[in-house]
Design a protein around this ligand. Structure first.
Ligand code: ASC
Length: 123
């Protein structure tokens, strides 16, 4: 039986795998020759839910996985990156034109990258 920490790590990694999959699907839609706005809106809707899932599973006692210990000693910074991500999915939800989707998409990728650079172990 996995420990509570192992379950938390599995959960947050799984949620991020799903998030990355939909992020990639949206990227494909935004690069396509003809913009399918309905398809982009569907992905934004999914991301707006999925992007909220991982964060409660980084609580005290869940150190490990691919996260650096610094994540638990600098939670303010971690939460700043999380909020940056959540702002970008709000922007995605509000986007109505290709340019707006692209801008929010870039913001989302930027938030992913900033947090990974600081808090994810280098592989
Ligand atoms: C992904 C993924 C990330 C982000 C990041 C965006 O698909 O797994 O960590 O996008 O590379 O900059």
């Amino acid at each position: 039986e996995p420990t509570a920490a192992e379950k938390a790590i599995k959960y947050r990694q799984s949620a991020k795998t799903v998030m990355a999959t939909h992020f990639g699907m949206l990227g494909g839609i935004l690069k396509a020759e003809k913009f399918d706005e309905d398809a982009a809106e569907k992905q934004a809707e999914i991301l707006d839910v999925v992007a909220r899932l991982p964060w409660s599973k980084f609580g005290p006692g869940t150190e490990g996985g691919n996260a650096k210990p610094e994540l638990w000693s600098n939670t303010a910074k971690f939460e700043e990156y999380r909020d940056l991500l959540l702002k970008s999915v709000d922007d995605l939800e509000e986007a109505e034109e290709l340019d707006e989707f692209k801008k929010a998409f870039a913001g989302m990728g930027d938030a992913c990258k900033k947090c990974h650079t600081e808090f994810r172990v280098k592989k």
